[in-house]
Design a protein around this ligand. Structure first.
Ligand code: LMR
Length: 398
């Protein structure tokens, strides 16, 4: 069956980790996949999750199936996190949430639902965007278009160009937007720019699909959701893919959510009925453990407070690594201004390193960076910082 078939290329991000694992260089550094590391280079289980899991194991009485949409308390807790507990969206029942296998699963089932009811719509993504966005929506048979986002000269959002394109997108098309900590650039819209984007969405009638995978990694859990609140207040149809992979460290528990906000509660109920059909023929119902653990943290005030602190610790460590990296490059007399790395947000930096440099670093130094120059700052530690700075300096001089 496979004799004449060409092998598929490795995944741009997860494929890099596979190569990294096989690399025998003891100095190897993985700055590829977006996974948080502490200063010892490990990806810890958060303390709040450990406690929640212990309670879960002691009290859990069954491994019976969850409902197709997941545990109802998970959905309720996700909504509080996305909109704030007092939100009108919640009290008016305009939002419906399902527990998806990770943020990726949320994007995919949302894409399948949109394709079913909006078959001619195009999907618009930022240029650049997370490598998997195009893959997910192509798999759901969408034609994909780019809207301008990052200006590599100014190292900032090219907002005039972005706005002009958003204004030209027809009603019914879908626009994928990163709520915070834009992946891969680390460059976000300002509050005033979000206001403009929200008002364009409302007046033009395109459908916003918000990818919210890094809540808490920008400024704080509450501040990072500001764009979600703005969109929800407009009363337009809206999709939100969110994830607890990073902020609760539940990477391998595949704990995400798709939330659909509709103009009215009855429309939201209809949307949910069709989403459940899509899930049923895909993975049937979600894996329970991560969602139950997340729910236990979100619904217990002491665990919630501990979580907020743990997220702040991760966020601040990444920020510190940004400063150390930039200072380290300056100390080594590297040509060029890298100070922009300090003002980017979240896990990633669009470093400006060329694909040639990225390849050189991998081949000569066993330092793994995603093609396009995206660096995961959380992969930097006090122990590997000098090695990484020396290597980048050598690469750029070479
Ligand atoms: C990343 O962008 O590195 C993460 O979101 C992990 C992934 O699935 O690609």
């Amino acid at each position: 069956m496979w004799k004449e078939v060409e092998p598929a290329p490795a995944d741009a991000i997860l494929g890099l980790t596979e190569i990294f694992k096989k690399d025998s260089n003891p100095q190897k550094v993985n700055l590829g996949v977006g996974v948080y590391k502490d200063d010892q280079g490990s990806t810890p289980i958060l303390k709040c999750i450990k406690t929640a899991e212990k309670r879960l194991v002691e009290t859990q009485k069954t491994k019976g199936y969850l409902p197709i949409s997941g545990d109802p308390s998970y959905a309720a807790n996700v909504q509080k996190l996305l909109f704030g507990a007092e939100s009108e969206v919640i009290s008016s029942n305009r939002a419906m949430t399902i527990h998806s296998p990770g943020g990726t699963g949320a994007l995919r089932v949302g894409a399948d639902l949109l394709k079913q009811f909006n078959p001619d719509a195009k999907l618009w993504v930022s240029s650049p965007t997370w490598a998997n966005h195009k893959g997910i929506f192509s798999a759901a048979k969408f034609e994909i278009k780019d809207y301008p986002y990052y200006n590599s000269e100014t190292k900032d959002v090219d907002f005039d160009a972005m706005r002009a394109t958003l204004e030209s997108i027809p009603a019914g098309d879908i626009v994928l937007l990163h709520v915070c900590c834009h992946n891969p650039t680390g460059v976000d819209l300002s509050d005033a720019q979000w206001d403009q984007v929200v008002s364009i969405a409302k007046s033009k009638g395109w459908i916003p699909f918000l990818d919210f995978a890094y809540q808490g990694f920008g400024s704080s859990i509450e501040k990072d959701r500001s764009a979600v609140e703005k969109f929800a207040a407009t009363g337009v149809d809206l999709f939100i893919a969110s994830s607890f992979s990073k902020n609760l460290g539940l990477y391998n528990e595949r704990t995400g959510a798709l939330t659909m906000v509709s103009p009215t509660a009855s429309e939201a109920t209809v949307a949910m009925s069709h989403l459940k059909k899509i899930i049923r023929v895909n993975y049937s119902n979600p894996p329970a453990h991560g969602g139950l653990a997340a729910s236990a943290v979100l619904s217990d005030s002491a665990l919630y407070d501990q979580w907020v602190e743990e997220v702040a610790e991760m966020r601040e460590r990444i920020k510190a690594m940004r400063t150390k990296l930039v200072d380290g490059l300056v100390e080594r007399g590297v040509e060029g201004d890298f100070s922009f790395i300090k003002s980017q947000r979240g896990m990633f930096s669009f470093s400006g390193l060329s694909d040639e440099t990225v390849e050189w670093l991998r081949e000569n130094k066993s330092i793994y960076v995603v093609k396009g120059g995206r660096i995961n700052l959380a992969g930097l530690t006090s122990s590997n910082m000098d090695y990484v700075c020396d290597s980048i300096a050598e690469a750029l001089k070479a």
